[in-house]
Design a protein around this ligand. Sequence first.
Ligand SMILES: [Zn+2]
Length: 158
Amino acid sequence: MKRISIPIGTSGQELVYEPDVLRHFSRNRQFSSPSKEAGGQLFAKFVGSSIRIVVATGPYPSDKRTRVSFAPNRALENKEIRSMFKRGLHYIGDWHTHPEKRPKPSAIDVASMRDCFQKSTHRLNFFVLSIVGNEQARLCISTMLCNQSACILIDEQH
Ligand SMILES: [Zn+2]
């Protein structure tokens, strides 16, 4: 699986999904009807003008998952953020799956990213939200940048 590089507006920065992250997304797609949403956190290295997502974590047994919702264990996630930081990896956002081919963020997704952005201590201009669809033939990912006021779709892989 090849890395995916997405330009971030006209900032000159790029967001990169490394192959391990794409494989993790791919493994967790929701094909069968009883399968539940999966998700977790995204961790990146900042290399020059590139934000490289090198680790996608979760899901964990303590997450609350249904076919159409995903509520992670936030206490565990906060621990994870601290331990990744010690390894030089920065929390930059969340990912989860949707049982649809072309994944669109729900109103809850947008509200929860906004909430997370406001409540977290960080120096980022945005958080990333990646939603993974359930297309079999290829990996479909909708990538959004979210801050306190909006979530903007910057890329759709179909
Ligand atoms: Zn969602």
